[in-house]
Each structure stands twice: as C-alpha cells, then as structure tokens.
Design a protein around this ligand. Structure first.
Ligand code: FPP
Length: 246
C-alpha cells in the first residue's frame, strides 16, 4: 500500500504522542494499557516512516515533567521503553534505522540506559532513517544546558565572543547534527508545544490531530503528510520570491 506522493515528504518529522491515558479511560482500561497500545502505534509509524524514506523521525516518549506522574506509571513506562528498545533493535538493523536519544540520560534508570547504549552501538553504522526518542527531555532545560556548555567553552578559550551565532549555539543542543523538523504532529486534540524542541521548531509546520495516539494509524499519518504536502513554506519570504527561486 503506497498512496503517498514521495516528493515533498518532510525530511524530519517530529511527533508529540498524546492521548494514551484518554484512550484507555474511554474504554474503562488502566492508563498503562493505553501506553501498551501506544507502543504498537509507535511500531507501525516507525515502520511506515522508514519505508517512505523519511530521513529523521523524532518521538516525544517521556518529558522532563513526566517524572511527576504516579510512581507506578513512571515505572511501567520505563519498563515499556526498555522492552521496546530491546525488541526493536533487530528490526532497526533490518531496516537500516539508526537509533538516537535526546534528553537528560542521567535521570534514566541504569537498565534503560544499558538498553539505549546497546541499541545505539548496534545501529551506529546504519545509514537509513534516524529514529530519535526524546526521553526525560525538556526544551528549556536543553537550551539552558547548551548555554552552560557554551559558557564553559568561552571561559576555557575554546570559543570566542565573535563566533557566537545561531549555528554555533545549535551545535550545543542535544539535536546537534540533526536538521530542524519540517513537520510536527501532535495527537489527541491538544494544541500545545509542551516544552518540545522550542529552538528547533522555529519554522516547522504544525499539525494537530484529534485522534488519540493509540488510534493514530498509518492512514492517519498519510492524511497528515498530505496536509503537509499541500502547504507552502515561505520562511519569511513572499510567495512571489519563492516562485522566482525555483
Ligand atoms: C501521552 O499520553 C504519552 C506519553 C506521556 C508517553 C508516550 C509513550 C508511549 C507512546 C509508549 C512508549 C514509547 C515508546 C517510544 C516505546 P498521556 O498519558 O499523556 O495521555 P493523556 O493525556 O490522555 O492522559
């Protein structure tokens, strides 16, 4: 099945996966069942993005603020993440996917970090889609961390005042080396950015789906991508200027 036009696909797609809890509540199920179902959706969407030839897929799997959830839910999410990473590594190898993490890894349990290290090491030579999970991630924290790293380099004389610009600063973010997202999808009808990639989303096209994450199927992804393909990205220029350039 391939009813997607291949040209004009986003090079980098970012997704805020929201609505697992509501999906479960609507069915009188426990929240964790919603997360389990959410993992199945992750599998389907990762496969399809890789098949379509999307270069970079970034998924918001656990925010810095999610640590405030009940202990049992946090524990269950960490277990699900570890299982997902371990179970999916062979498929990543098969599909030439490179695994990557952004966020504060110091906060993560040791067993999750071990699974991450293994998946990164095994997939490091892959040249297909880069799959990035945002884990214990917050964009403001990322920006402050970048400022700290940069000021340490300044103090040590590794960087001079005059060199500081947008490009140099971006190199201190977790996403160094990854292009900015072209398209952001958030599911479950919430219209917020929630501390996700604040620097990187400056020119990103935004899409809000009413569907809860466990129900975000491949046809829903295609619908979102067709919406993206119909948009004109101007980066502050006029339409006329863009036509003259092409
Ligand atoms: C939002 O739903 C979802 C999360 C906080 C976690 C996302 C995690 C997964 C999809 C499963 C694990 C991920 C991977 C990559 C294996 P919510 O709980 O905020 O839903 P609600 O807003 O309806 O309560």
């Amino acid at each position: 099945m391939n009813n997607m036009q291949q040209e004009k696909l986003p090079r980098h797609l970012a997704i805020i996966m929201d609505g697992n809890g509501r999906w479960a509540r609507e069915r009188m199920l426990r929240r964790i069942v919603g997360h389990q179902k959410g993992v199945e959706t992750v599998r389907g969407i990762v496969d399809e993005c890789s098949r379509l030839g999307i270069g970079f897929l970034t998924l918001y799997a656990f925010s810095a603020e999610n640590w405030l959830r009940p202990k049992t839910e946090v524990k269950a999410l960490m277990t699900l993440l570890k299982k997902y990473i371990k179970a999916e590594t062979p498929r990543m190898m098969n599909d030439n996917v490179r695994f990557n993490i952004i966020g504060n890894r110091d906060d993560l349990p040791a067993d999750v970090n071990r699974a991450i290290d293994e998946a990164i090491a095994r997939t490091t030579g892959n040249s297909g889609m880069v799959l990035t999970l945002a884990l214990s991630y917050g964009a403001r924290q990322e920006i402050v961390r970048a400022a700290r790293l940069l000021s340490a380099d300044l103090a040590a004389g590794r960087v001079t005042d005059g060199e500081i610009g947008e490009g140099l600063f971006a190199g201190y973010l977790y996403t160094a080396g990854i292009p900015e997202p072209d398209f952001l999808i958030r599911t479950s009808g919430e219209m917020r950015i929630s501390n996700f990639l604040l620097w990187q989303l400056a020119y990103t096209e935004l899409y809000f789906s009413e569907v809860n994450w466990p129900d975000f199927t491949v046809p829903e992804l295609h619908k979102a991508l067709r919406d993206y393909q119909a948009r004109e990205r101007r980066f502050g220029r006029t339409s006329d200027q863009l036509q003259k350039r092409s």
